[in-house]
Design a protein around this ligand. Sequence first.
Ligand code: ASN
Ligand code: ZN
Length: 355
Amino acid sequence: PNVTATTGTGRSLIAGVLSLGTQWNNTRRIFEMKDPTRGNTHITDAGNGYRTEASTLVVDADNKWGNGATTDRVSAAVDASYGFAKTWDFYKEKFGREGIRGDGVGAFGAVHYSINYVNAYWSDECFCMAFGDGNGTSIRPLVTLDIMGHEMSHGLTSVTAGLIYSSESGGLNEANSDILGTMVEYYVNNAQQPPNYIIGEGLFVTPAWNKAIRWMFKPNLDGISPDCYPSPTTPSNGISLANFKAMDVHYSSGVANHFYYLLAEGAVVPEGYGAGTPANLTPSSLVCNGNTTLAGIGREAAQQIWYRALTVYMVSNTDYAGARVATLNAAADLYGAGSANHNAVAAAWDAVTMQ
Ligand code: ASN
Ligand code: ZN
């Protein structure tokens, strides 16, 4: 093939000045936003249309991509390329996985999808993702690290557990994407996108404590998602068990996000959300069973347990009860039955469950 791996420089919208995996196409005599070191992962421009299959590969004459301006179409592509590269590297370094299928083959992402589209999605049909431009005013293009990691991790779920995208299995599918998207943020630790357990806060042009899509440590900060798994007799945040099972998957994900936060970090109030701040959270408000001394096992162990649960034990119809079993099995495999980490998994599930 008449292409050579190259390293470009990109000026992104969100993540500053970046090094990018690109290639020189000697036939076309142009640089392409396609990374042969990561399975030909590439970025296309959908031209504000609806067809990812008709999107065109992003190219550049001098391998210096974008100028970082809001109006520059290439700059959003720079963030997207970076987000995919970092998610690829994260899977490889932490889980020994090369690409979504683990076969070394990259997917592609189409930026500038549709018009004023405030969303992003994964598609099994194209083995690709699409990213909207935001609303053109207060919400940026949807290419932050947590969103990029979220969408790519839908691909991972699709080729592993295959969690059906409705009811409890759908909530777990969504939670997996938030969990791994957040772990990508911590892996990168980019100063422009400080890692946290908040999803989508970086999309807001004017940030605020209550501007985000989801809060993993306190799902009900969105005003809808229950913090806890309802018991048959006790609702959580007014949501009964029957209503929970019928909720949109982006809300029933909250309980698993919350489980993961408590497992990794413990009943610790994140900076900016404690007593005296507008959120006014206390350790007791983070747990559903009064266990305010719950200790976290750390992100490294937590992400290994979650990944193994997803890829080895969860199946298409795994529900919350099944997720508890899957994560306990994974922790027992990795750290031993009865180990501190194994016990911590049970304690974290208990702490997100109404009694
Ligand atoms: N942004 C959404 C997601 O990835 C799109 C969807 O509802 N599938 O979860
Ligand atoms: Zn999702």
